[in-house]
Design a protein. Structure first.
Length: 407
């Protein structure tokens, strides 16, 4: 399939578009290249891998590239129809090694005549979008999946990110709040920014469809309050929950706090728990492969994030049917309607987080109603089927238009 070669002299733009439409609808699979930072367990990485595996094989042939070929998600791809290739920028993205990998990627994209390049996070945007532009890939989909909380966004280099995003055909956000932020910044046209929410594997997180068994040792018989989130930084609000715990425990002394996830800040969180003398009330589980089973034996879920895009964890809480408390930031409010499908509290407020958890512990009927309502909402709006349908529709629209990438 030759989709990136220049049209022969005399070929009209209308005939090119007609050929593209025929290819999208009836022809051989379009060649799609995904790029992610790594294959560690994270929101963007998990969504990209699941999407790569679920896109229609009849319509799309997906190759997945990563800047670091490491992480548990690599096993998810083994034996699949999705090949994986690494472009590791030794020395950093803005180094000579980064430039070499950018050119290597551009050469691959041009040689293999990819139709779509879709980058899924900050780091893959910085290499993948310029490489796709140099390779004259017809459709370039960049992503922003957070509210610009990383240090990179706050440095002078931020202007380069916005210019790189400007090279794309569209910038894809996973929450309306991210789109609004990008519009307010004024660096991108509103029509260039699209929103498609994350998906969740509803069958995998179906609490009623499986026997969870005993997955938590030494958790006791009291209520279990769970937080699922990477500990690579303080952004998921672990410290907020730790400081909320004493107020909760004064009324429910047998409650246990279950923390799922790992990262560089874990030692810091363990120290905070120790300073409060709460070692017996907190269980640090580390990274787990059985998160659905862990959630299924918990009572309340919390995500007191300081900033957020559209969190997988909150979708998974609701998919299991857990009464959930989230901070009112970013895409959390696009998942949870306060008092209907869960509770929302201000970010970085341990006192109000404790009050919300206590409200659910005191009123089991309310907790059940919120859990049931949240599960129904996620089933209607956030299944992977909806995500795949919307992405395929976006690709088809952009391939038919085949507009120049640079604005």
């Amino acid at each position: 399939m030759n989709t990136t070669e220049p049209a022969e002299a005399g070929t009209s733009r209308d005939s090119q578009l007609a050929a593209r439409k025929a290819m999208v609808d009836d022809g051989p699979p379009c060649r799609v290249f995904f790029l992610v930072d790594s294959l560690d367990v994270g929101g963007s990485e998990s969504q990209a891998v699941e999407l790569a595996l679920r896109l229609s094989r009849a319509r799309y042939a997906v190759t997945l590239g990563c800047l670091r070929m490491q992480g548990p998600l690599l096993g998810r791809l083994q034996g699949s129809a999705v090949p994986v290739v690494e472009f590791h920028p030794r020395g950093g993205i803005d180094s000579l090694g980064g430039a070499r990998q950018l050119l290597r990627l551009a050469w691959l994209l041009r040689r293999e005549r990819f139709d779509v390049v879709h980058t899924h996070d900050l780091w893959s945007n910085l290499i993948g979008v310029p490489a796709a532009f140099l390779a004259r890939v017809p459709v370039i989909v960049a992503s922003q999946r957070d509210l610009s909380h990383l240090p990179w966004y706050k440095s002078r280099r931020r202007v380069w990110l916005r210019r790189i995003q400007g090279l794309s055909t569209v910038v894809l956000a996973n929450a309306g709040s991210i789109r609004e932020q990008l519009i307010q910044e004024g660096h991108l046209r509103a029509e260039k920014i699209r929103v498609i929410h994350n998906g969740v594997d509803l069958e995998k997180f179906d609490r009623d469809a499986r026997n969870s068994g005993v997955v938590l040792a030494n958790a006791g018989s009291g209520k279990r309050i769970v937080l699922v989130g990477n500990m690579t930084s303080e952004v998921k609000g672990h410290s907020v929950l730790i400081h909320a715990a004493p107020k909760i425990l004064r009324e429910f002394s047998d409650a246990r706090f279950i923390l799922v996830g790992d990262g560089a800040c874990r030692k810091q969180f363990e120290t905070q728990v120790g300073d409060l003398g709460l070692e017996k009330q907190f269980l640090f589980l580390g990274r787990r492969d059985d998160v659905p089973e862990v959630l299924a034996v918990c009572d309340i879920a919390v995500l007191p994030s300081r900033t957020e895009g559209l969190p997988n964890a909150l979708l998974e809480y609701l998919a299991v049917g857990l009464a959930s408390v989230g901070s009112n930031v970013g895409g959390n409010a696009e998942i949870v309607k306060d008092g209907v499908s869960g509770l929302l509290v201000p970010p970085e407020n341990a006192e109000l987080l404790a009050d919300a958890v206590l409200r659910l512990l005191r009123d089991p009927d309310l907790a059940r109603r919120l859990g049931h309502s949240g599960r129904e909402y996620v089933q209607r709006r956030f299944g992977f089927d909806q995500l795949v349908e919307q992405i395929e529709r976006l690709y088809s629209e952009l391939l038919r238009r085949r507009e120049p990438a640079y604005r």
